[in-house]
Ligand binder design. Structure first.
Ligand SMILES: [Fe+2]
Length: 308
């Protein structure tokens, strides 16, 4: 694919790549594309079962394994394939984590392993509410509660046998912030306004304490000024038809069956406009692990009005 956002790692480049190569590409706002998925995939019969059965048993937007709870959500509680789904998602998550530890030394240090989901439905025309829709171009904001500036890494595999997964993008965060900060209501933010105050810390501490008592949903309620700013940018993009339709910087990408790609989704705008059957793995990477923290959304937002 000829696309300025993509860095392609075929098998030869993967073998020859240096230790910082992929991390540097991710942090600079590239999507790393693997024409052949670099991690072992589940056996064909298990994939066939997921493709065939999961659309019938879907209860939420996706079917996800939550490592913090050790369980699968989004699937009918009585589903006879519940154990199989959990096994497949746990195995896939473990394999992707192992791969990332090898190719992202430093950047993947102290990563929080998040959900691993399977997308069983055709994305085109799902008619989800705009803020939940994958079909509208956006950056990701927040995951598992407050990120406080930490990074969202997602690793995708198209496991459809015949059909491409199609993405749109309007480029990376630095350019988007430059162009749309005022319109999105982010231009006036000062570094101090991105830092959590004493009350925010108190609230986060209480939610962490409740989380440790075995109520993981409490963690999802946590927030921070940074996460709210990112949410505002995310919503601005999805709520603004002119942003969606503007051809400036807009690119389409097609990911063929059994290809994989990974991207910092807080950095690169994206929409999935069609495709069915995809694994989506998420990890939260500490901002402190970034080699180029000056390029991270947190520091770009703070830099806007650094003198204030
Ligand atoms: Fe997203």
């Amino acid at each position: 694919m000829n696309n300025p956002l993509l860095e392609t790692f075929d098998t030869d480049r993967l073998v020859a790549s240096g230790p910082d190569e992929m991390g540097a590409a991710l942090e600079s706002g590239k999507i790393i594309y693997f024409p052949q998925c670099p991690v072992q995939l589940p056996p064909t019969e298990q994939l066939d079962t997921l493709r065939r059965e999961l659309p019938k048993h879907l209860k939420l937007k996706n079917i996800s394994y939550h490592p913090e709870a050790g369980s699968v959500r989004g699937l009918d509680a009585e589903s006879p394939i519940r154990d199989l789904v959990q096994q497949v998602l746990v195995n896939h998550s473990d394999r992707v984590s192992e791969f990332l530890r090898g190719v992202l030394p430093g950047l993947f240090d102290n990563a929080l392993i998040g959900t691993c989901s399977f997308r069983p439905m055709e994305e085109q025309g799902r008619k989800l509410k705009p803020h939940a829709s994958n079909e509208l171009i956006h950056i990701d904001a927040g995951a598992y509660g407050a990120t406080n500036g930490d990074r969202l890494l997602r690793f995708f595999v198209n496991v459809n046998e015949t059909t491409d997964r199609v993405w749109l993008s309007r480029g990376a965060f630095p350019e988007l912030l430059n162009r749309y900060a005022a319109e999105a209501g982010l231009a006036g933010l000062t570094p101090k306004q991105l830092v959590k105050g004493p009350l925010g810390h108190l609230r986060s501490g209480m939610l962490r304490a409740i989380d440790k008592l075995g109520m993981p949903v409490s963690r999802a309620l946590d927030s921070s000024p940074y996460d709210r700013a990112m949410r505002r940018f995310h919503n601005f993009m999805k709520d603004t038809p002119d942003f969606q339709s503007d051809p400036d910087g807009r690119v389409e990408m097609r990911f063929p069956p059994m290809s994989a790609w990974m991207v910092l989704t807080d950095m690169v705008s994206h929409a999935c406009i069609s495709g069915q059957h995809c694994f989506n793995y998420t990890a939260v990477l500490p901002l402190a692990s970034c080699r180029h923290p000056e390029m991270a959304p947190y520091n770009l937002l703070a830099k806007q009005n650094a003198a204030a």
